[in-house]
Design a protein around this ligand. Sequence first.
Ligand code: TYD
Ligand code: MG
Length: 487
Amino acid sequence: MQALKLLFFEYNCIRRKITSGFLSKKHYVSKVKKVFVCNNCGANSPKWMGRCTSCGEWNTYEEEVIFRTPAAQDRPESWRDTDNPGGQAQPVSIADIQSGKTRRLSTPDPELNRVLGGGIVPGSLVLIGGQPGIGKSTLLLQVALDAGIKVLYVSGEESEEQIKMRADRISRSNPNCYILTETNTTRILTHAKKLDPGLVVIDSIQTLSSPYIESTPGSISQIRECAGELQRFAKETHIPVFIIGHITKDGALAGPKLLEHVVDTVLQFEGDQNYIYRILRTLKNRFGSTDEMGIYEMQAGGLRPVENPSELLLSQKEEALSGSAVAATMEGLRPMLIETQALVSRAVYGTPQRSATGFDLRRLGMLLAVLEKRCGFPLGQNDVFLNIAGGIRVDDPAIDLAIVAAMLSSFSDVAVPDNICFAAEIGLSGEVRAVNRIEQRIQEADRLGFNAIFISKYNTKGLDPKRFKLRIATIGKIEELVEALFQ
Ligand code: TYD
Ligand code: MG
């Protein structure tokens, strides 16, 4: 009985609150919504937090004001068809969908076609990320001017004259390339719809602003909203859209991770600004492999695709010098021979220095520890500087053996003959391990006229040495390399 009374009392309290408006629907749906958004991962929270509970980053929460707007499907976006106002898709049986109908748009740039998996897919949304000044605008302007189709190049960063100057600089022109300096997404998409181009380029997503969102351009919610609008545009009109996105200092795409989920393909344009080589990598591709990569050379007149990277990355030197060794690496699906250089010298200051350009510093530490512990080289007392030619970053573990050879060569001051190359990974116990696609690596070394290649003895399965002109030296431990080259 007592419990029943209590229940009745509580019910009355709640009823009174609702009728007095305290819990009314109106109370909840206010027009302005404020949230705190993590600018690293895009997570949001109603309160400010010092550390993001989603990605663990510190001090990344920022307040954003978001106006409540109708659901995306119901917005009166003027570029949409009037007879299908919401642009709503109708359910279609999978049996009725024609496959293989999508014809890819092949660009005149072979490297871009390769990283996209064979050309641009109609209606796809492609994000190109890269640090400022790496050449993203140059690359896409080049595509826009060379494509031979009608292209709309939208720039929120540069004026029409600046873009024209750049076009003159790269000596290209295409009367079918239209430049639009606009940042409002609705106006951009209205123009795009009217112009009906074969390709839209947006430079850059961080400068766009959607009229439906109140926060400043470049903020998380703006980027998210603009990317969503572009995606709906691309999917409904089948016009491919390329978006340029800036990346932060630590290499992540500025903006929420969500942007990567929205787009179909994520390409990363990278390279050292002090060198001329630029690499276009595929980080995500819904229509192709992510193993592909393209190499460009930044010249005074624009970006030039590099077809034979090995020939450029091997430095031309007169005599064999100590401290350098050539690695047969794979960049994506392409074999590439790269020169690695090491300088090992006695430490002048107390703590020996380690520095690596184009190679993971922790992996260098591991290789040094292996050499010290397993092979007895006292490298712990030495400064070690490592450099990969051309300013290229290599993640392929097959470069390990060349790096070890370069370090040992510098340490013992004995040059590695310049007609030898290496392709193997080093394990923690000093063993020389097998790597993938060994045949392709050997073939490339053979083509470039090398006399011998050092590989792991566990890598010889199915390998026919008679097919190659060069000698295949197989080793199982680092000691065998020392015996063969430095004694
Ligand atoms: P840009 O495309 O503006 O870079 P992003 O859009 O990624 O910020 O490229 C700018 C750099 O490229 C600049 O440092 C100058 C250099 N560059 C050339 O070397 N040659 C050229 O023909 C052009 C157009 C630019
Ligand atoms: Mg730019």
